[in-house]
Design a protein. Sequence first.
Length: 186
Amino acid sequence: MLDYSSAFRASLSAGYDRDIIVWNPYVRSIFYRLIGHDKPVMNLFAAQNSPEIISADTAGRVKIWDIRTLQCLQTLEARDFSFSTMCINPSRHEIFTAGKDWHVWKSVTSGDNDVTSKSGIKDVVFNPHHNTWVVVAGREVSLWSAVEAHMLAHFEECTDSDITAITINHTGRQIILGTASGLISV
């Protein structure tokens, strides 16, 4: 995993070694190592215009770090489900985790759970233009309201093979999908 904090000019990397590495892009050595996960880190985000770094490991733990103090501020733990992907909604201070079920962490309280797909969620992207979550599972795409936490639309058999990557264009009006067979769909 890689991300960059433009506000603090720091590159971040993480992976199977369980630590988050903070790099100064102008120096060729490690600036600092954030230690706290006991399982491999599978997701990493530097919150925009914020000192927060958000990481998630394969055990279902989400950690919120402060890049200024290089300390863990909070640990969130998914005790009754595991997840395979995570994204953040900075305007509402939410962390969205998904696997077979999904969970919205609102600051220190959690939102409602619901089943999106029986095949397991592959990826999730937040669309700030429409305040929605775009959820990908297998060959399906679902749109969820970030405000009311309910499904707005569900599309099945969107592609010829499983969707492996998703992004939203700069206007927020087009969803771009990548598939296991190598095709890109808009």
